[in-house]
Ligand binder design. Sequence first.
Ligand code: GDD
Ligand code: MN
Length: 401
Amino acid sequence: MSEDLRTPHAPVDPEVEPPVVLERPGAAPAPGSVTLIIPTFNEAGNIAELLGRLAAALPAHLPCEVLFVDDSTDDTPAVIERAAPRFAFPVAVLHRESPGGGLGGAVVEGIGRADTDWIVVMDADLQHPPHLVPELLGEGARTGADLVVASRYIAGGSRAGLAGGYRIAVSRGATWLAKGLFPRALRGISDPMSGFFAMRRQAVTGGSGTLKPLGYKILLELAVRCRPARVAEVPFVFQDRFSGESKSTAREGLRFLAHLAALRSATPLARMIGFGLIGLSGFVPNLAALWLLTHTGLNYLLAEVVANQAGVVWNFLLIESLLFRDRRRHRHWADRIGRFTVLANADLLLRIPLIAVFVGSWGLGVLAATALALVTTFVLRFAATEALVYLPRKAGRSDPG
Ligand code: GDD
Ligand code: MN
């Protein structure tokens, strides 16, 4: 940190200096300017302390503004508005009426509003030490990195404030899973689960893919979809919450898995592999249903047909929630499962004549013909499922969501 980074933004007397507004249409962003994006969900008890510590930490000459993106059901927005005039930097709150995408959705909305060179994302509960903000920006300037992550997993960092062995294990497992699935995109990021980082705005907006955040892991979303060219890290000690409780639930864990699947299946090839793996897993409910039905005395052929539907429903549910999550809105669910079921059963019917052709006309052996027919109908079914169940029907016809 250079010498002149030390004079903090002192709180100002609202009588003397009027609050600055966030919107400055036409003004070019100052070099090194930063927007602090802070997602809030019922954090009223943390606002004053957080802003006070930020004011003490941020150098006076640093052009910065604070943007809270709020989905609260309590009086957090009013608390922010009351506190805002006490500070020398602009403090704004964007309250969302429909909190799409949870924490990650809030951060992306904040990014959309920002016009500064840098964006810093941090939590409101003081688990992310405000005094590290200048350090993150300093590291970015020094190394030329597009993304600077505050990490608990490098020398000097720790997860002191992560409550209990269970949460530590979950956090570690999630980190390994993410790094295993995205070895290249997450190279150089020891803590992809961190919610505390600085990123050049250009690196976000220059990313090829559109952002589709789902829940808590916004850094993962940005690292995988925007692929920042250079990454740096700064160690940090994850603190105890200052006030209130964590908003993270078991449901957030499921969302994380769905988020990983959505990120991993962004390309058609990856989607086809996922489709195949889900199809294979469908043998389990299929065989279980077959066992159950034949034991109740049902004729085995009839049982085959019924049991096949158990596999179809299993596949449908997994494909819906993991592969085509963001493409469900184009059709009603009853329409989707109807089409999906027809395709899955047509697959069975098509296989028989195909095998006959492969054996009769091409002279293949029965096993080779069956394997070839399986692969052929699989590829056909994948293509047909994409085209007939999950493709947008007409541009602009679907609801956003
Ligand atoms: N706008 C908005 N909408 N904000 C939210 C929402 C939401 O749906 N859910 C949570 N937040 C805000 C909280 O108010 C808080 O400021 C911040 O997001 C983090 O939420 P916590 O509930 O405190 O999360 P945590 O402490 O369990 O998890 C944090 O640490 C994890 C590392 O273990 C987060 O930073 C995670 O992203 C991080 O992975
Ligand atoms: Mn927290």
